[in-house]
Design a protein around this ligand. Sequence first.
Ligand code: TRP
Length: 410
Amino acid sequence: MVVVAFPATVTAAAFGRLDDGRTLLTTTTQRGPRAGRPLHREGPPFMSTAHDSVTTHPTRDAGDLESRIAAQPHRFRVLTGDRPTGALHLGHYFGTLANRVRLQTLGVETYLVVADYQVITDRDLAGDLPGHVRELLLDQLAAGIDPARTTIFTHSAVPALNQLLLPLLSLVSVAELQRNPTVKAETAATGTRAMSGLMLTYPVHQAADILFCSATLVPVGQDQLAHLEVTRTLARRFNERYSPQRPVFTVPDPLVGQAPTLLGIDGHKMSKSRGNVIELRATADQTAALIRRAKTDSDRRITYDPATRPEVANLLELAGLCRGEHPATLAEQISDQGAAGLKTLVTEAVNDYFAPLRRRRAELAADAATGGLDELLARGNDHANLIADQMLDRVRNAMNMTYNRAGLMR
Ligand code: TRP
């Protein structure tokens, strides 16, 4: 099958342009081994490292890390992933997917977990899992993820990764897990449901995902920073307890996304259950219909004013990301053509930008019908198993749990 990379450079440029918005800046700090490094190289204000919430100037770290990635991509390894719960939407694309493609295209080895076990953290049944995995793969590939350079695998197919949970769970207290803000938020979102043991421990499972392949970089949203902190803590604790001379686990750094958080067409947080998302796989007509329904206001003159006109600003940001233009510039172009002019422009921008991706997706779907995706996933799983088996061996060695015919029991 042919895999053509989606124009990631266009995407990166689009993000880079949007450097003054309310949601774009991430404040960061440097602690630990990297503290004290010179932080003055310039670079795209796109990503930055963040170890906690103490603040310094955001773009300096980002530039530093970005220029190090660009200079020596082979020294980095990315792990990230998604729960397979259905097709991805524009929020996913601009929030993470475009950045994954960008890093891959820079030459960073990338692992993408399809977190099927994680789907049942907050629900009893995973639904049409094969269908959801398929949609997720199609979206990733259509966006430019190249299976020749990126390992895509499913949690459930990699036993050694899951076995890492046991030693890692011994290194964290229940109180620490209960304090995790993401676990708290997700539990609140599930309503009156009792918290399952899997929900409570899923940051540890996620740590296993990251540590099994010695990832050095984990692209995350602000809200996931606490998770990464769990991973970093567990890696350090394991190394200190079992292998202080030769660390087994790599302590990863977060790469915090700088893209704006796009809202749904009703001006609320994008979520499939609200019916306010534009899916990547939507047709041009479906996209037009959705944008026609989008909430705006009655002021005929279009301006970019996120504080007082959030819905209009959100549409301008979406068009801005697609066009690689600043939202305020687009607002000036639309001027007094009102909501109708705005919607025409946004529809065109989205449909133009996503046309190649959607074309590719259709080709890939045809390919999938003949087993292309199964083969791809099987290969990804084989590779992930190889790496996971090696890591589990190192872990068991460090823990003196190696029993074999070579006579360790004497
Ligand atoms: N939690 C992520 C989601 O909800 C998926 C995920 C699983 C992940 N393991 C991970 C993300 C490790 C980053 C790193 O979609």
